[in-house]
Design a protein around this ligand. Structure first.
Ligand SMILES: [Zn+2]
Ligand SMILES: [Zn+2]
Ligand SMILES: [Zn+2]
Ligand SMILES: [Zn+2]
Length: 338
């Protein structure tokens, strides 16, 4: 009976997609990776944070995006291969997104051979978002596409292939790590925070590894053998790279104290686990120094606060990003954001 049902589910591309979509949604809801990652961060950092920061952290938690429905926009079939273009309707705030799936027939089942996301930069139009595909701006070649008229994220292809290997980062596996918990000085707490980041890396990696291992099982059931084999290899490599990377992951700390307040920059070292910096504000409360605010380095200006497009040196030309203020727009020149 079960065997018969599986054959029916995969007997044409649309049914193969329906059975995959259902299994994937169930998996995403059960794994609830976003909630687990948020829980890990809270557990690592709450002990050295003020009540206010702990509350703000709880309020920021958001639910896993989930696909509410999808509809098929395009369906093409050519012998033993087929292509479907679908629009997925997601729960707010993500709205709708387009996807393209290529299928291959294996025996009497249809399996997914490739999966593409509509380019998020150009909304799958393929045209330059700066000049809207005209190739020029202010009667000069468009500075973004250099007159080529194509979107520079997808190079005009409209679609970006989704791959297990692209989504996977090195996964650390070291477990014997005890973070320092001393909060008697601003420096001690900043160092405890640096240790909390390392503890987070270890636990986040373990959670991600479990997640990827389960998604591999999902992949094996609905995708072609080639895709599953590549994914398995990507996972093996991520685990191998992660073990090395975590040995070198020791964030450094730079503290400035001013009375009962202090700020610190906590910098993770360069490497595959990400060399992001964090700016933390500390406050002395009942004899303990506690973390009251955590900001991440702005990804555009890398913490410098200077416009990444013109480096503050637009001169007589007009910088369309900062309007010649020289200030990084996304972080408003602060270098670090919530
Ligand atoms: Zn352009
Ligand atoms: Zn694009
Ligand atoms: Zn910035
Ligand atoms: Zn600028």
């Amino acid at each position: 009976m079960i065997l018969l049902l599986m054959m029916v589910l995969g007997q044409d591309p649309e049914q193969a997609l329906a059975s995959y979509a259902e299994a994937r949604e169930k998996f995403v809801q059960e794994a609830d990776l976003a909630a687990e990652l948020q829980r890990i961060v809270a557990e690592a950092e709450d002990a050295i944070s003020t009540e206010g920061l702990r509350r703000r952290r709880r309020e920021k938690r958001h639910a896993q995006a989930s696909v509410v429905s999808y509809r098929v926009l395009e369906s093409r079939r050519d012998g033993d291969t087929a292509t479907l273009v679908v629009e997925e309707q997601l729960k707010a705030p993500d709205g709708a997104r387009r996807k393209k799936l290529a299928f291959a027939k294996a025996g009497n089942r249809w399996l997914i051979a490739r999966e593409f996301d509509g380019c998020p930069a150009c909304q799958a139009k393929g045209t330059c978002t700066w000049c809207d595909g005209r190739g020029e701006a202010n009667r000069k070649p468009c500075p973004r596409c250099k007159g080529k008229k194509r979107c520079d994220t997808c190079d005009g292809a409209q679609w970006i292939e989704r791959s297990f290997a692209h989504g996977i980062t090195p996964l650390a596996a070291r477990r014997d790590f005890a973070p320092r918990t001393d909060t008697s000085s601003a420096r001690a707490t900043a160092e405890a925070f640096a240790d909390a980041l390392t503890a987070e890396q270890i636990r986040l990696s373990a959670a991600m590894r479990r997640f990827f291992e389960s998604s591999l099982a999902l992949l094996k059931a609905h995708f072609t053998e080639d895709v599953a084999r590549e994914a398995q290899e990507a996972l093996r490599k991520a685990v191998e790279d992660g073990a090395k990377a975590l040995q070198a992951y020791v964030p450094s700390v730079d503290v400035k104290t001013d009375g009962d307040r202090a700020t610190a920059i906590v910098s993770a070292p360069p490497g595959p686990l990400g060399n992001e910096r964090r700016q933390i504000a500390l406050r002395k409360t009942d004899g303990r120094w506690l973390v009251d605010e955590v900001k991440r380095e702005c990804g555009w200006c890398r913490g410098r606060g200077v416009c990444a497009a013109c480096q503050g040196k637009a001169g007589k030309l007009t910088c369309l990003y900062c309007n010649n203020s020289g200030r990084c727009e996304p972080c408003e020149g602060a270098g670090f954001t919530d």
